[in-house]
Design a protein around this ligand. Sequence first.
Ligand SMILES: [Zn+2]
Length: 375
Amino acid sequence: MVFSSGGSGSELDSFFGLLKRLADAFGISGYEDEIRGIVVDVLREYADEVRVDRFGNVIAAKRAGRGYPRILWDSHMDEIGFFVRYIDERGFIYLSPVGGWSERVLPGQRVRILADDGSLVRGVIGSKPPHLMKPEERDKVTPIDKLFVDIGASSREEVEKLGIRIGSPVDLDREAVRLAGTRVTGKAFDNRVGTAVLIEAFRRIDPREQDVYLVVAVQEEVGLKGARVAAQQLQPDAAIAVDVTTANDVPDVARQDWVAELGKGPVLKVADGRSASGLIANPRLLRLLEDTAKELGIPYQRSILPGGTTDATAIALTGKGVPSVVVAIPTRYIHSPVELLDLRDAVAAARLVEEATRRITPEWYREHLEEKKLK
Ligand SMILES: [Zn+2]
């Protein structure tokens, strides 16, 4: 399919360069130092102001000043991972999950453990060779608390000497690479792709016409925490969160159960989560995004996500309430080491967020979103 919204070869190449730099970095929830350092480095170039708040969020601003609605853009920088839970006397390491893993994808993976001195120690998640499995074991999933990491050590002392202790953070050892055409795979595209999208949009936005606060939040995967803290500080007038959403356009999923497809453009989520725990997108902002996409010929998909939610849910419930929407990047195999997406969807999302924000003028805001005193 053809994208009229740009997405030239060199644009996709440079977007992938940024995405790879972000996705390959270490940064499980609560231990985001490496990824945060990269985000700060990149944003310093474009922002009027960049700071790291006490919670660890990066907040960058381009400010038109008074009279303009304060728009919060959010993505999260943290990725799911593990903590070291126990080290046995033979040097095998047991894990405690951080965020929602599917344990089925874990045996046979390589991991990196962040040691006390900041170095990354490599290991593998062991699995039983099929020759040793009893027939009834073969199609059983090993629960996470039974999985163990082998770093090649022979004793607990040897592990500890490398600076690994209970609580050491762990991520998966996986580099982002390009696949056929415009598709790419890697770890932590959830949500380093949203971060790359918003950095790209932020770079282009004009500070004379917009009051934009870009929040690259921590600890999303453990309860939308960083975004909540950031929104409380910033008290925005509206918010756009960019995150991944399930593309389940794969074999064995019936067409009516697809949430989104790769290569069909960014996803405008009408609603997500299950009733109480999710977001119902603000219909006026949703319409603005849709109208913007139509006007510019940017492809997009509308979608309802049955489970899972994003930072927008937490942001929407701060202060007097914040009208919020989500622009999502369709991604296959989310929360696995082989997340897979189409670069064209991401590049189109950056353009859509930038252009829609440009249309949130003071007049538009007053007419559509502002609190109304009726008497
Ligand atoms: Zn996630």
